[in-house]
Design a protein around this ligand. Structure first.
Ligand code: NOJ
Length: 484
């Protein structure tokens, strides 16, 4: 039980958006159905090599491509006002370009969108959630400047096709993860290991691609469609390991610049990277004998093009870290060496069923306040937040509901006490699904999915029924109600 005397009411503001989120590759399956083209995750998982738990794939996943109606039942059971999902780029445009348009893909998403709207649920649509068409990757993917125009054409096609009904758009999900896992560590598709180089190039093009798509929306569609476009940024909250150490304090500032400011500053503030990032990477590059900084620079017209290209802030928050200053060997370029930090998990923090996810609900309140203070007090949607259970996962997921409840309480404090402009919350995820390199071994769903049953049966966890109560009442249970 939490008693929080600071809060006068446990109610959320009127009209608060209550949602759950998913992503195409993680739930749809139908990887080659009806003309869909391959994407980088199809390639990556089909190559095997034990990079994914038990070499599992998203070939079938939750089968949402054919079982959409079952997903809709889950959404309705929760009483959601919003549903966040992503479009599979290569299902719509098999080679990534509008040279060939797959009508079956359009039909599928039209049905999803129309059904949501018919049920009074607002779609929030992500254009790109980690699943780059293989044909675009083959031309250099995010590391090539070419992708900026290709992505823009795809975005224009989506705005034109679905924008009469979709009013909330997210261009790119978690560019930080795409850059660092896809092009620095090589742990995620496309599996490229170019430490200290690939991630900066990929991020550079993602920022430009996002900005260009935002401009396309605003110049061609905004007036008629009246929607909003943003990008979903993930960030941990970070605090110095030793609060009395100036070195740790500075390292924490650097960490927030490298994880959060990398994308938030150009897009929300001034079209350029944080000064701390620029100086660190320039100095290291020089010492390593590079002719110029490994961090690319934005041209003046690009800076102008990028700044202010988000109509609201989308935050994916899961966990927090303690930060310690750490010097690395000079010769090998890498992001961590550029940053000169070590991330530490406080031993007092409980760990969820996935090892990186330490339970730190208060971190979200601090991060939300930080966004308010550093990004011009934007409208914020929490577009992902969740807790994984390890497979096999109990349907009575008491610990997990406690994580959700405490996080929601911190969000409420952010709204009521810190006056942060928070408009909505999306639980990750509607369904247990393909958790990237963890395959199906980690379960984030509000609904359990029986991956062994032919009909991929969905069953609510306790968290689903508890979340439904919050959604329908638009408030958290008060402490005395919880005792009863
Ligand atoms: C963020 C990603 O957007 C999502 O795809 C992933 O499943 C969750 N984090 C949990 O790791």
């Amino acid at each position: 039980m939490t008693s929080d005397t600071q809060l006068h009411s446990y109610a959320f503001p009127k009209g608060f958006a209550w949602g759950a989120a998913t992503a195409a590759y993680q739930i749809e399956g139908g990887w080659d159905a009806d003309g869909k083209g391959p994407n980088v995750w199809d390639t990556f998982t089909h190559q095997g090599g034990d990079r994914v738990f038990k070499n599992q794939t998203g070939d079938v996943a939750c089968g949402s491509y054919t079982l959409w109606e079952e997903d809709l039942k889950c959404i309705k059971q929760l009483g959601l006002t919003h549903y966040r999902f992503s479009l599979s780029w290569s299902r719509l445009l098999p080679d990534g370009t509008t040279g060939f348009i797959n009508q079956k893909g359009i039909d599928y998403y039209n049905k999803v969108i129309d059904d949501l709207i018919a049920n009074g649920i607002m779609p929030m649509v992500t254009l790109y959630h980690f699943d780059m068409p293989q044909a675009v990757e083959d031309q250099g993917g995010w590391r090539s400047e070419k992708v900026v125009a290709i992505f823009d054409k795809y975005a224009e096609f989506c705005f034109g096709t679905f924008g009469n009904r979709v009013k909330l758009w997210i261009t790119i999900n978690e560019p930080f993860i795409v850059a660092t896992y896809g092009y620095e560590k090589g742990l995620f598709a496309p599996g490229i290991k170019e430490p200290g180089i690939g991630a900066y190039q990929a991020a550079h093009n993602m920022i430009k691609a996002h900005a260009k798509a935002w401009h396309t929306y605003h110049s061609q569609f905004k007036e008629k469609q009246c929607g909003f476009v943003s990008i979903a940024l993930n960030s941990d909250w970070a605090e110095p390991l030793d609060p009395t150490s100036v070195a740790d304090e500075k390292a924490t500032e650097r960490h927030l610049a490298f994880i959060f400011g990398w994308f938030a500053k150009p897009i929300f503030i001034d079209g350029d990277y944080p000064a701390l990032m620029k100086s660190q990477i320039a100095a290291k590059s020089k010492a390593q004998g590079f002719p110029s900084s490994r961090l690319p620079e934005f041209k003046e017209e690009e800076t102008k093009m990028i700044m202010g290209t988000a109509d609201f802030f989308c935050l994916n928050y899961y966990t927090s870290r303690k930060i310690k200053h750490k010097a690395y060997a000079q010769d090998e370029p890498s992001l961590k060496a550029d940053e000169e930090v070590e991330e530490v998990m406080d031993p007092s923090w409980p760990i969820s069923g996935i090892e990186w996810l330490a339970v730190v609900p208060w971190g979200i309140r601090k991060l939300l306040k930080y966004i308010k203070d550093t990004c011009n007090d934007p409208i914020i949607y929490i577009t992902e937040n969740g807790f994984a259970q390890s497979d096999p996962a109990p349907l009575e997921d008491t610990l997990r509901w406690e994580y959700f409840r405490q996080t929601l309480l911190e969000i409420l404090k952010g709204i009521c006490l810190d006056k942060v402009n928070i408009k909505g919350y999306f639980a990750w995820s509607l369904l247990d699904n393909f958790e990237w390199i963890e395959g199906y071994s980690k379960r984030f769903g509000l609904f359990h999915v029986d991956f062994d049953s032919p009909d991929l049966l969905r069953t609510p966890y306790t968290s689903a029924s508890e979340y439904a109560k919050v959604v329908t009442s638009n408030r958290l249970p008060e402490p005395d109600e919880m005792q009863r």
